[in-house]
Design a protein around this ligand. Structure first.
Ligand SMILES: [Zn+2]
Length: 208
């Protein structure tokens, strides 16, 4: 029963085939080569990696995450990203608790360990703040994230999936406000790599 094997983690979470290596099968390991767009790296398109994203999110597939983290770290190093810390886009704490493992945090922890730099929880997620919407400056997004203390000059910000990029943008802005000059990205999967080209990777020079 292939679906049962996949559910139990006995099958490859990417292709559903026989798991002949830890976490992800050998054929998928060969096929999945991380790419770079803008100042971000990603393992593949979301439509091809739905199974892997789900395995990471709900089934605590640490072996698959560890493999993905090592590939993304290699690609980030090759791209010349030299972060002083690796952090992740946080969820509300109760959600992470309910899942027992929070995929973006696990992925960030793995990448940090591969790169030999500190893993840090630099951001907290807070509720949507209505007062922000009354500001005249429409370019200012509602503050969804807040930084915990100050951020180092160069940060690698990790998330499992990037869809529109709005979440990354808000999280990066909170890091810029906390002192970061450069925020690069690393993702398991992206819906549309073109979105990575328009993200803010450097602290804006104006208005500060
Ligand atoms: Zn596979």
């Amino acid at each position: 029963m292939p679906w049962l094997d996949r559910f139990l983690g006995l099958a490859c979470p990417v292709c559903g085939g026989e798991l002949d290596a830890p976490g992800v099968c050998l054929a998928c390991r060969e096929k999945l080569v991380p790419e770079r767009a803008g100042d971000a790296v990603y393992l593949g398109r979301y439509r091809a990696l739905k199974g892997l994203v789900r395995a990471a999110k709900y089934r605590r597939n640490r072996l698959a995450l560890r493999w993905a983290a090592s590939r993304l770290a290699d690609r980030a190093r090759a791209a010349g990203f030299a972060p002083e810390a690796v952090t992740f886009v946080p969820t509300f704490p109760w959600r992470a608790l309910a899942r027992g493992q929070y995929a973006p945090a696990e992925l960030a922890r793995g990448i940090a360990s591969e790169l030999g730099v500190p893993f840090r929880g630099l951001l907290v997620r807070r509720r949507y703040s209505p007062s922000q919407t009354r500001r005249k400056d429409r370019r200012r997004l509602p503050q969804v994230f807040a930084a915990r203390g100050s951020a180092p000059p160069s940060v690698l910000l990790v998330d499992d999936v990037l869809t529109t990029g709005a979440t990354f943008r808000r999280a990066a802005e909170a890091l810029f406000a906390a002192g970061a000059e450069r925020v690069c990205g690393a993702f398991l999967a992206v819906a549309d790599p073109g979105r990575l080209l328009g993200l803010p990777y450097n602290r804006p020079r104006t208005g500060r």
